[in-house]
Design a protein around this ligand. Structure first.
Ligand SMILES: CC(C)(COP(=O)(O)OP(=O)(O)OC[C@H]1O[C@@H](n2cnc3c(N)ncnc32)[C@H](O)[C@@H]1OP(=O)(O)O)[C@@H](O)C(=O)NCCC(=O)NCCS
Length: 367
């Protein structure tokens, strides 16, 4: 049976930095409170013209470039997000069009902050079954658009960004070895965006009641997270036939430094085996694990043969862990001519997409 190997990785981090001091001028909080309670120092905020899809496209292009795979070779695109551009069409379809991935099926996956782990598990299973050869798995979020900037309980936690990996069928000696996914909908009210769906469609009232921004019971979510991370990590390792001693790198969802510390204590994992970038980006939900994975590879923290465990938890409630055996060496730098050709191809895809939309508007008489 083939396994799904990570052969490409990429990320997109918006330029604008929002520091804790900036936040202390917006709500009653302080750098000291935020750092000691969460470990976050700053987060990134998408520019006005950036969306979940545009950031996903940037991360995906980088991942395809590392993999040296053209967009026309991609069979499947899964975008994990809680902040899609639209309720429909899916963000994955916008990404598919912008990349020019003409052969790919595309869909979004909603599992809150566990979204990327869920998406990785689903895409890997499709690769293993032979249904697809090459899959692009993206986590992308524009949480700043659903944040209540007057609520100090939540606005200090979240940030924007995107991360992506390319999965490719390969030998069964490595790649995605095992995944465990879980859910408990009885905790759905602990972390939610109440407005804008079929239960509370957008209205003056939902806007007045601030129902279009994140609502969270922080303490309950905290307790849930410290319980499920060690549990699902052990379950996934057991399914892979490995133990905690085999783990070279542990990449937990970047939500709160105290949650991660508690999980490490429980699992007895030394801090040097953990990757974290929470202090720079805050909680980027479904984007946090692929961004961290990408940075870990870029910093040389992963070598062929290393076992990596990615663990997510979040709204739903949902949780999940994936165990991978890293097989990819650091890629050689892409020659300038190849980079030029790739950029040309993406520019042509963008022009083609723009012309299609423009033609449709002319055709229908809409401006
Ligand atoms: C949100 C979180 C940081 C709050 O930390 P906490 O130690 O649990 O804090 P509490 O909720 O008990 O609040 C303690 C006090 O700090 C206050 N407080 C909350 N946010 C604050 C802020 N940004 N600045 C200053 N004070 C704040 C509260 O109002 C409360 O004050 P009170 O005692 O006067 O009522 C923490 O619960 C958490 O991280 N939970 C998990 C959230 C998460 O990861 N969500 C995403 C999951 S994917």
């Amino acid at each position: 049976m083939p396994r799904a190997h990570v052969v490409g990785w990429g990320k997109y981090i918006p330029q604008k930095v929002l520091t804790n001091d900036d936040l202390s001028r917006m709500v009653e909080t302080s750098d000291e409170w935020i750092v000691t309670r969460t470990g976050i120092r700053e987060r990134r905020i998408a520019a006005e013209n950036e969306t979940t899809a545009t950031m996903a496209v940037q991360a995906a292009r980088q991942a395809l470039e590392v993999a040296r795979i053209g967009p026309e070779k991609v069979d499947l695109i899964v975008v994990a997000t809680a902040t899609p551009d639209y309720l429909f069409p899916s963000t994955a379809c916008l990404v598919q069009d912008a990349l020019g991935a003409t052969r790919a099926a595309a869909f979004d996956l909603a599992a809150g902050c566990t979204g990327f782990v869920y998406a990785l598990a689903v895409a890997a299973a499709m690769v293993e079954s032979g249904a697809v050869q090459t899959a692009l798995v993206v986590g992308s979020e524009t949480l700043s658009r659903i944040t209540d900037w007057t609520d100090r309980n939540t606005c200090v936690l979240f940030g924007d960004g995107a991360g992506a990996v390319v999965l490719r069928a390969g030998p069964d000696s490595g790649g995605v070895l095992a995944s465990v996914l879980g859910a408990d909908g009885s905790g759905s009210d602990l972390l939610m965006l109440p407005g804008g769906g079929s239960r509370h469609p957008a209205s003056h009232q939902t806007v007045a009641n601030r129902m279009h921004s994140i609502k969270m019971q922080g303490r309950d979510v905290f307790r849930f997270a410290v319980r499920v991370i060690p549990m699902v990590t052990r379950q996934a390792l057991e399914r892979a036939g490995l133990t905690l001693d085999d783990v070279a790198l542990f990449i937990p969802h970047q939500a709160n430094g105290r949650i991660i510390e508690s999980a490490l204590r429980d699992l007895k994992l030394p801090p040097e085996k953990v990757y974290g970038n929470l202090e720079r980006y805050g909680n980027t939900s479904a984007a946090s694990i692929p961004i961290a994975l990408c940075e870990a590879v870029e910093e040389g923290r992963l070598r062929p043969g290393d076992v990596v465990v990615c663990v997510g938890f979040g709204a739903g409630l949902t949780w999940g862990a994936t165990v991978l055996r890293w097989t990819h060496p650091q890629p050689a730098p892409v020659p300038a001519w190849r980079q030029f050709l790739r950029r040309l191809r993406y520019a042509l895809a963008a022009i083609r997409s723009w012309l299609r939309h423009r033609w449709w508007r002319v055709f229908t008489g809409r401006r």
